[in-house]
Design a binder for this molecule. Structure first.
Ligand code: C5P
Length: 401
């Protein structure tokens, strides 16, 4: 319920993408938001107010002259109740009106009358988006502090391909949730490792572990929502890439090491969440090792993988480094030991069996001042809290020479 206590005025303007806003409404409500829908006359040609009322559970407003509001000023009342106005889809015409402060219907008037932030999700044909007049309006809107979400690029309803598609409802929901997060990592470059690694034995077998990647992906999502530019280096996992995050997929510890060292060289912050295999098989078999009945089991030699976190932390001008530690017992003693061994200012400890694959987690923070226990929480909520804790320490830390 990341939008609990938030009221969103969802404004629909004319465009085929209106059908996607039915789904966005459901997602916003599921995330805990109160959704008040207002539509332009053109939007009602694409989706009915009946549908939007049924999905939002509130009467829909389309007219400036709607007498249902006691003082007959829907443009004031509706905008005052909102924490955020979301225009989706935002047509070419509506962007032009917004850029000029024009007020010729309820939605455009309440946008001008608002005292809350406004975000808009453009949706139009690629030529309409590329038109210099639209681009002028977009530049003006940005200068006025309006946030544009998208547009996306790809297939368009008209059959053409290019920029101008509205972002998908799931991406819009992510962007709206992120909009409400304090921008504690604005301007920061963050590298995060996540998930397990997979060390091949032969072409069909390998060594891996039970890490799902959920905690690392939640950290990446929280860091992006806090305004950072995030590079997520992920071991094998089927999790979707968080909105606004750049992702590189790797398989082995060695590949993760190379990707992480290159990425962290330009980063302000490195967060190692991945459960990296400690060993790999010295000689990977090129063909499948055959089982031979009555014969000895195969003998495998192992070599140790590089410690990615320790290697990044030891680099000159290292970013602020944060490690995770999954212990099986005696977390309080092992956590501080591990922090010192890795040479990092902050280590987040958890009990492996109590976190792997689960949606919630309980952690202890170890830093130079001692340790702090955080209560068990959903991994995403916990990640948001951890990003706040990390941002405070990062702001206070001098960059290493
Ligand atoms: O030593 P241990 O595996 O318990 O340390 C855990 C921390 O170190 C995690 O942050 C993990 O991502 C990181 N690590 C690493 N490279 C390794 C092993 C662990 O970056 N080879």
């Amino acid at each position: 319920m990341e939008l609990a206590d938030k009221t969103i005025l969802l404004g629909l303007t004319g465009g085929i993408a209106c059908y996607k806003v039915a789904e966005l409404t459901r997602l916003l409500i599921k995330a805990g938001a109160t959704v008040q829908v207002a539509m332009t006359e053109a939007a009602t040609q694409f989706i009915t107010p009946v549908t939007m009322q049924a999905l939002s559970g509130r009467p829909v407003f389309t007219s400036q002259w709607d007498a249902r509001i006691a003082n007959n000023m829907p443009h004031i009342d509706l905008s005052r109740e909102a924490d955020l106005i979301v225009i989706a889809p935002a047509s070419t015409d509506f962007l032009a009106k917004l850029a000029h402060g024009q007020c010729d219907d309820l939605l455009s008037t309440l946008c001008v009358a608002r005292d809350c932030p406004l975000v808009a999700a453009p949706a139009m044909n690629r030529q309409m988006w590329a038109n210099p007049a639209t681009q002028r309006n977009v530049a003006q809107l940005r200068a006025d502090g309006i946030t544009l979400l998208g547009p996306d690029s790809g297939d368009q309803a008209c059959g053409e391909i290019g920029d101008g598609r509205m972002l998908e409802p799931e991406a819009l929901l992510e962007a709206i949730i992120a909009f409400f997060q304090p921008k504690l990592l604005a301007g920061r470059h963050v590298t995060i490792t996540a998930g397990p690694t997979f060390e091949p034995i032969d072409p069909v077998r390998g060594l891996t572990n039970l890490s799902s990647g959920k905690m690392g992906f939640a950290m990446a999502r929280a860091a992006a929502a806090a305004g950072a530019s995030v590079h997520l280096i992920a071991g094998p996992t089927a999790l979707p890439t968080p909105y606004g995050v750049l992702r590189s997929d790797v398989q082995t510890a060695q590949q993760m090491y190379e990707a992480a060292l290159a990425s962290a060289a330009g980063a302000d912050l490195f967060i190692a969440v991945a459960a990296v295999a400690d060993w790999r098989v010295a000689q990977v078999h090129v063909s499948k090792i055959k089982k031979q009945d009555g014969h000895d089991v195969p003998h495998l030699d192992f070599v140790q993988n590089p410690d990615i976190l320790a290697a990044v932390a030891q680099r000159p001008q290292a970013p602020f480094c944060v490690g995770f530690a999954a212990e099986s017992d005696n977390l309080e003693a092992h956590g501080e030991q591990k922090r010192r061994k890795k040479g990092v200012p902050l280590l987040i400890g958890n009990l492996g069996p109590a976190t792997f694959g689960r949606d919630d987690n309980e952690v202890i923070l170890f830093d130079a001042h001692g340790h702090t226990r955080l209560p068990r929480a959903d991994k995403q909520m916990l990640a948001n809290t951890l990003i706040r804790e990390i941002a405070q320490r990062l702001d206070a830390a001098p960059r290493q020479a």
